[in-house]
Design a protein around this ligand. Structure first.
Ligand SMILES: Cc1ncc(C[n+]2csc(CCOP(=O)(O)OP(=O)(O)O)c2C)c(N)n1
Ligand SMILES: [Mg+2]
Length: 297
């Protein structure tokens, strides 16, 4: 299902949630296929950031399993009709992880996989930070951290007012949770008992220039969300089965919003990028791309 061939895109059509099973008649990918997809997504991320000469590999690589679980196993969406009114929404609040979102959107069929190589080029639809007016499938323009949860609450309230039953997913960085606006939004979602929203914190422990524990301590993070009246689920953010269980459990919670605190590794999958803050916002050199691709072969 994932394609290493950059000349064609995955088949379009409504993508529905499904359990892991190689015998799944709905065509929903198996666990093995998801692992293969994750490897391809990481190859895309490293290649296109290297080619662009700038970008954010660390926080893109940490988000791969979360994004692919959402787009291939959880959300109901239609790559052939990105603005389908009934679609589930995914909002990337940590907009610098756009390469990961672009890679998964391309693998879903929102645009050709070959277009990934235009990342950060002038006139490309794939700018360094996500732009909803440029890229099919992107719900929110982002880059200035802290805004996605507020945006998601608006989208969820609109769904409630128009009696739609779509679900809204918002991905935040852990460093992003330093922003006061995140907590204003958290308070509002609980106030409105918004059970149609699930936040995911990509809890990789690092932000732009160091460990969260040194820059601005966030812990105890689960207790903070609970104090804001959210239902909290903690999970391994690289384990597809745990992630799918977490998303399924979150959707069953009624009367309050849910947050999945996904424990991840910044730079996951590339040995010299893992837990290395240097690769927060630095492109790999050509030699580093080659080394990374060998590891991801
Ligand atoms: C409002 C705002 N302040 C600062 C920045 C600069 N900035 C870009 S990424 C980043 C760190 C984000 O860390 P985290 O949310 O943990 O992301 P991840 O580790 O997933 O890359 C910062 C401070 C920004 N984009 N927006
Ligand atoms: Mg982080």
């Amino acid at each position: 299902m994932p394609s290493s061939d950059t000349s064609k895109s995955a088949s379009a059509g409504i993508v529905k949630a499904g359990a892991f099973s190689s015998a799944d008649k709905s065509g929903s990918p198996s666990l093995e296929e998801m692992k293969e997809l994750a490897r391809h997504l990481r190859r895309h991320i490293v290649t296109i950031i290297g080619k662009a000469g700038s970008g954010h590999p660390g926080g893109s690589l940490s988000a791969v399993e979360i994004l692919s679980t959402l787009y291939f196993k959880v959300m109901c969406h239609n790559p052939a009709e990105p603005r389908w009114p009934d679609r589930d929404r995914f909002i990337l609040s940590k907009g610098h992880a756009a390469p990961a979102l672009y890679a998964v959107l391309a693998e879903c069929g929102y645009f050709p996989i070959a277009e990934l190589e235009t990342l950060r080029k002038i006139d490309s639809r794939l700018q360094g930070h996500a732009d909803r007016n440029a890229t099919p499938g992107v719900e929110m323009s982002a880059g200035s951290l802290g805004q996605g949860l507020s945006f998601g609450i608006g989208v969820a309230l609109a769904g409630r007012l128009s009696a739609k039953d779509y679900h809204v997913y918002v991905m935040l960085g852990d460093g992003e949770c330093d922003e006061g606006q995140v907590w204003e939004a958290a308070m509002a979602a609980a106030h409105y008992k918004l059970d149609s929203i699930t936040a995911i914190v990509d809890n990789n422990g690092l932000q732009i220039d160091g460990c969260n524990c040194d820059v601005m301590n966030l812990e105890p993070l689960p207790e903070k969300w609970r104090a804001f009246d959210w239902h909290v689920i903690e999970t391994d953010g690289h384990d597809f089965t745990q992630l799918l269980n977490a998303f399924t459990a979150a959707k069953k919670i009624k009367g309050q919003p849910s947050v999945i605190i996904a424990h991840t590794i910044k730079g996951k999958g590339v040995s010299f990028m893992e837990n290395n803050v240097d690769f927060h916002g630095k492109a790999p050199t050509a030699a580093e791309v080659e080394k990374a691709l060998k590891e991801l072969a």
